[in-house]
Design a protein around this ligand. Structure first.
Ligand code: ARG
Length: 576
């Protein structure tokens, strides 16, 4: 990647001038404005302080030591001591050639083996038998994108879906099943009937002074204690609910390496509590057991007064199991920001247990809002509603597809195209946000043909691809002609620079697990392509060599758009 190459050269130049030159290399950045060149190094100012010299003087010294002629025009010193770099076209062309020849990675270097880590990504985690929340869609979409990017970067990634399959919702279902189930509806549509029963019980337990709440807890406790009837019911209803959840995953093309729900850890919880008590990490409080933290009043409870274990107990057992089984370097939790305190406490407890050699990160995200600014709820508030949500996006996408009758798509092709556009719109709308912000769910916005949407990006991709059809171009053959590559117009150069920044964008997105850095990059790439396409005739280029060169730029643009979208979990379409 360009930035890495430039950094290396600066590090060489700084060696001998200052201690740990690496720490300054982050001050080399793409220029904000093309008139200051392509990259700017702002390291003379902080170095001047260190060396007690004038910044411009230091800048001159650095430039004198810098061996960079093969990559750049002679560096220019501007203002108080900025070093402006303008890359040579030959250097850019050389990198473009490498990217074109690089079938799978498009010029993005894979990390060194020594930097390769094992990540465990804990995402999605819906609560089985409870209405799946749009928040779980966020977790699913963000977790999937992070997984794909980490894998592409060269890491080893294990995904684990920490299903909520052991909570009080089962007490509700069990109680409801015995008291309110409509047999006939259950036979016809078990999921719908179970979620109706769940809602009935839920509502009743919310009412003040009712015995049902106690009965529900009793059923849950019986299940946890291994009561045969309750376990049998649990085993009966679980698959129905899982089928429904799996249907959603299938629509997103998502699968997990492991689906070890809360129930999996059930037998390990007693030991965890005993162990923490024995080691003095946890102590009794009002009959319950909790872990206390310095300077904090609230403990993390790990066993209730009545002996029941908690969400946090299961998470502790989960970490122990994962450490033993997968030996990860990092565990990432893609979970709603409202669980921040839970994860803070969880991670602190792990450190108290003396476990240091692991990264634990809560990748938090905000709430999905409806257009009135309130938290978004699907109509019926259940999984059926979530499938309905995806249906609606696909339906609207189909209208877009059908409105262009020049495409010549068969009916099944139309449907497949609409599926990709509809699902892609939902995924991209989520990923293009700063994940910590709330965002408004709007079909109109997410399916807009213009702006930072999947639809725009898919359209850009399809448009590039259509050139090859129109010009009857053999792409394989084209890719063997990289010797023709040249950058003649500013718009070509601007596009080329962006094409060569793909790796940088992924690195940025992975730094703090923020997929919106990748969407922002793809948006900028599509925009630069648009300018290029307006200003530089491709099929009608002035001569054959130029035509080939421009087609190569088009092709690389399409490939990077496609790969970038793929890393986000979005499919492309050939025609739209
Ligand atoms: N089931 C949880 C919820 O719906 C999410 C699980 C997240 N993962 C974890 N290890 N706690 O809130």
């Amino acid at each position: 990647m360009i930035l890495d190459i430039l950094k290396d050269r600066f590090i060489l130049a700084l060696t001998g001038l200052i201690d740990n030159p690496e720490s300054y290399s982050d001050l080399i950045r793409p220029s904000q404005d093309a008139k200051f060149g392509d990259f700017q190094a702002n390291l003379a100012m902080p170095l001047a302080k260190k060396l007690s010299k004038q910044p411009r003087e230091v800048a001159a010294e650095i430039v004198a030591r810098l061996k960079i002629d093969d990559l750049c025009q002679p560096p220019e010193i501007a203002g108080p001591g900025f070093i402006n770099l303008r890359l040579r076209n030959e250097f850019l062309v050389d990198l473009l050639r490498k990217a074109i020849d690089d079938e799978n990675r498009l010029g993005v270097t894979v990390i060194e083996p020594s930097k390769r880590k094992t990540y465990l990504v804990d995402y999605s985690g819906p609560n089985v038998a409870k209405p799946m929340h749009v928040g779980h869609v966020r977790s699913t979409v963000i977790g999937n994108a992070i997984t794909r990017m980490l894998q592409f970067w060269g890491h080893h990634v294990i995904t684990d879906n920490h299903l909520g399959d052991w909570g009080t919702q089962f007490g509700m279902i069990i109680y409801g099943y015995r008291n309110f189930l409509d047999r006939e509806s259950y036979q016809k549509n078990p999921v719908e009937e179970l979620s109706r029963v769940y809602r009935v019980v839920r509502q009743k337990t919310d009412e003040p002074d009712n015995e049902i709440a106690a009965a529900v807890l009793a059923e849950t406790a019986k299940l946890h204690a291994g009561n045969a009837d309750n376990l049998k019911l649990w085993n009966e209803v679980l698959p129905y609910s899982m089928d429904e959840i799996n249907r959603i995953y299938q629509r997103f093309h998502i699968s997990f390496d492991y689906t070890l729900g809360e129930s999996f850890y059930h037998n390990m919880l007693g030991n965890i509590v005993d162990d923490l008590l024995k080691r003095g990490i946890a102590r009794e409080t009002d009959g319950a057991v909790g872990v206390f933290f310095d300077g904090e009043e609230v403990p993390m409870l790990i066993r209730k007064k009545d002996g029941a274990f908690l969400y946090g107990t299961t998470d502790l057992a989960t970490i122990c199991y994962r450490m033993e089984t997968f030996k990860p370097d990092a565990i990432l939790y893609v979970v709603d920001f409202r669980q921040s305190l839970h994860f803070e406490h969880l991670f602190k407890t792990v450190r108290l247990m003396g476990i240091e050699n692991i990264e634990l990160t809560h990748i938090k995200f905000g709430t999905v809002l409806s257009e009135d600014g309130k938290p978004f709820k699907t109509r019926s508030g259940d999984t059926v509603g979530l499938n309905g949500l995806l249906n609606e996006a696909e339906k609207r996408a189909l209208e877009i597809v059908q409105s262009n009758d020049k495409l010549g798509l068969s009916q099944s092709e139309q449907l497949e195209t609409a599926r990709r556009i509809g699902i892609g719109a939902i995924v991209y709308a989520d990923l293009s946000q700063n994940r910590e912000s709330d965002y408004v769910f709007s079909y109109d916005k997410m399916l807009a043909m213009n702006g930072n949407t999947a639809t725009y990006m898919q359209y850009a991709f399809a448009r590039v691809r259509s050139i090859f059809v129109k010009g009857n171009i053999d792409i394989k053959e084209l890719r063997t002609k990289t010797e023709k590559l040249m950058l003649t117009e500013p718009a070509e150069r601007a596009l080329a620079l962006e094409l060569l920044r793909f790796g940088e964008a992924i690195e940025l997105a992975l730094r703090d697990y923020r997929p919106n850095f990748l969407t922002a990059y793809l948006f900028e790439l599509a925009n630069r392509y648009s300018v290029f396409f307006e200003q530089c005739p491709v099929l009608k280029a002035a001569n054959d060599d130029l035509k080939i060169s421009r087609l190569l730029l088009c092709d690389l643009t399409a490939r990077i758009l496609q790969k970038g979208l793929e890393l986000l979990g979005i499919e492309t379409v050939e025609k739209m």
